[in-house]
Unconditional design. Structure first.
Lengths: 270, 303
């Protein structure tokens, strides 16, 4: 009965179309993992003639990869911190009752991800040049923090809106001051949303290429290293290995973020 | 202690509290983001010295005139818009069965599986996915292998021989680029669509069937209108992301330029910042037009 309820209703065609759509989304991911182990080092031959772990060894010994990886990790950490700070402040302000100009400010908070990245990138470069800065580490961080703060803001504001205002009132009526209310009532409620927003922001920053190509100057983040390899395909096997590494680094925070915000956990709170 | 009294003090004063909270993020977005956008916009009105190729801060509409009067530039805009429209339509068609199944038929376990299954590839490294498609679409890649091992290479060859959209291999044709675009933005269509389909009450579908509507009629007259807000939200993503992308057309694709590539090239090697700025204004205008159109059609009424 149970299974017939789950599968019943949908025709075989519908099930097949849904499964095919899902499979399509996963095809490239599987391909990348497979190619990291191929023994063929010049073409994209499929199926691979043999499998080897050799390229991991070669890639791990490469200094330029580690340097780019380190820069990307540091940039993502700093950008995420800035984004958490600014995004949370914004969320606390916007989750409250309406005020004049709220619509305009909401628009401003979605603009950095609503407009194509190339516009953000070119605009930031124009801005950096206009004030006479040299593009480098801090300009990368500034660019990333701008769209990361939107991610944090969205996550936290969605959670804050689900907290009944009566909880805050009850806390204050029971004699808690503003800080205690924040610390003991609001913070535990938003903690997982905050963490999830931070994780997503980190993953987004670690992987960002479109804006970074404009703001990086001579710095080489891991995506920039990867991007330049795409046009100088001398070392395909190493590129394949780095692809798997990048995928792994972004996958962990994203899975964590999902488990922190999945619907049943939220309904458990409410 | 200071923090405590400050926060208690602030709680009672809503307007003051809100503006104090908003000050840092607004200051950031106002200077770093809006300030930069303003510089970019103003540069699109700047002149460029024809001899030194230097940007001169002298207001002119010459760059925009150049943008709309040169056939090559108009071609780039038309090509990008056509691709964005095609990708949006294809994403809608492929996303519908997935979203519909997720929202209406899958049990809780299966639904969670589908959500993770859509979100993971969506958040997987953008560049890695583009790279993976280059492997898949390459001359000796999986797609070619699939056609060959099933003895259907003639189909692939015929598709690649199509004028304009074909090319020497899938990895260097508009067909290949189209596939990659659809793949990349598909999750952005599935998720809002599934969210809007979940809000369609099952009783409405039953009522429609009870009143004698065939499944096709129920779909057209009940499900589709109610799913419109989700389709609209998803299409804004697919449309806007395709308009602005410059990596995919340069990694997988045919020789023709796209708006994003033109922006990137004009600010970089070509060194024509005003033209790059003017080109980057095109997607902003197109997205604004698209949003207005979607609103006119009532796509956001239910949101």
């Amino acid at each position: 009965m149970r299974s017939s309820r789950h599968w019943g209703g949908a025709s075989t065609g519908q099930k097949l179309a849904a499964a095919a759509g899902l499979a399509f989304l996963h095809l490239p991911v599987l391909v990348i993992v497979l190619y990291a182990f191929t023994t063929e080092d010049r073409t994209y031959q499929f199926p691979p003639p043999g499998l080897t772990l050799h390229w991991f060894e070669v890639a791990f010994a490469r200094n330029d990869i580690w340097q780019a990886m380190r820069l990307s990790l540091v940039v993502a950490s700093v950008a995420t911190l800035v984004a958490i700070l600014l995004g949370t402040l914004a969320a606390f302000a916007m989750a409250r009752r309406p005020f004049r100009g709220k619509e305009t400010i909401t628009l401003l908070f979605v603009l950095p991800i609503a407009l194509p990245g190339i516009i953000t990138g070119l605009a930031m470069l124009a801005g950096i040049r206009a004030v006479g800065f040299e593009p480098g580490f801090w300009t990368i961080v500034a660019g990333h923090a701008t769209f990361c703060l939107v991610i944090v803001y969205n996550n936290v504001v969605a959670r804050l809106r689900r907290i009944p205002p009566s909880w805050v009132e009850a806390s204050m009526d029971l004699g808690a001051d503003g800080w205690q209310t924040f610390r003991h009532v609001l913070l535990p409620q938003i903690a997982s949303a905050l963490l999830a927003g931070g994780m997503l922001a980190f993953a987004l920053s670690f992987d960002e290429i479109i804006v970074t190509l404009f703001t990086a100057g001579h710095q080489q983040t891991l995506p920039i290293w990867f991007y330049s390899e795409l046009f100088r395909p001398r070392e395909r096997p190493i590129t394949n290995v780095v692809a798997v590494m990048v995928m792994f680094v972004t996958l962990v925070p994203i899975l964590l973020a999902y488990y922190l915000t999945r619907p049943d956990e939220q309904s458990g709170n409410g | 202690m200071l923090l405590r009294s400050a926060s208690s003090f602030l709680h009672g004063r809503n307007a003051f509290y809100v503006s104090l909270l908003l000050l840092p993020p607004l200051l950031w977005l106002g200077t770093v983001y809006l300030g930069s956008l303003f510089v970019l916009l103003s540069q699109s009105f700047y002149a460029i010295d024809e001899f030194t190729a230097r940007v001169v801060p002298e207001l002119t509409l010459k760059t925009y005139r150049q943008l709309v009067s040169q056939p090559a530039n108009v071609d780039i805009v038309v090509r990008t818009v056509l691709m964005a429209v095609a990708v949006t339509i294809a994403c809608g068609i492929i996303a519908f069965p997935v979203a519909n199944y997720m929202a209406r038929y899958a049990g809780p376990k299966l639904k969670a599986f589908f959500y993770v299954g859509v979100m993971l590839p969506m958040w997987t490294s953008y560049l890695v996915k583009v790279y993976a498609w280059r492997l898949i679409l390459a001359k000796q890649g999986i797609v070619a292998w699939g056609f060959e091992s099933t003895g259907t290479s003639a189909f692939l060859d015929r598709a690649l021989a199509t004028p304009v959209v074909g090319g020497p291999s899938l990895a260097s044709s508009y067909i290949g680029m189209f596939i990659v675009f659809v793949y990349m933005w598909l999750p952005f269509m599935i998720l809002p669509l599934a969210a809007s389909l979940e809000r369609v009450p099952a009783s409405l579908l039953q009522a429609s069937a009870d009143l004698g509507a065939r499944p096709g009629q129920t779909f057209r007259n009940v499900v589709l209108p109610l799913a419109l807000p989700g389709l609209a939200a998803g299409s804004v993503f697919t449309f806007s992301l395709t308009l602005g992308d410059y990596i995919i057309p340069s990694v997988v694709g045919a020789p023709g330029y796209f708006i994003g590539m033109m922006v990137y090239q004009q600010q970089g090697t070509a060194g024509n910042l005003p033209l790059a700025a003017a080109f980057s204004v095109v997607p902003i205008i197109l997205i604004a037009l698209y949003l207005t159109l979607a609103r006119r059609l009532g796509a956001f009424d239910a949101l």
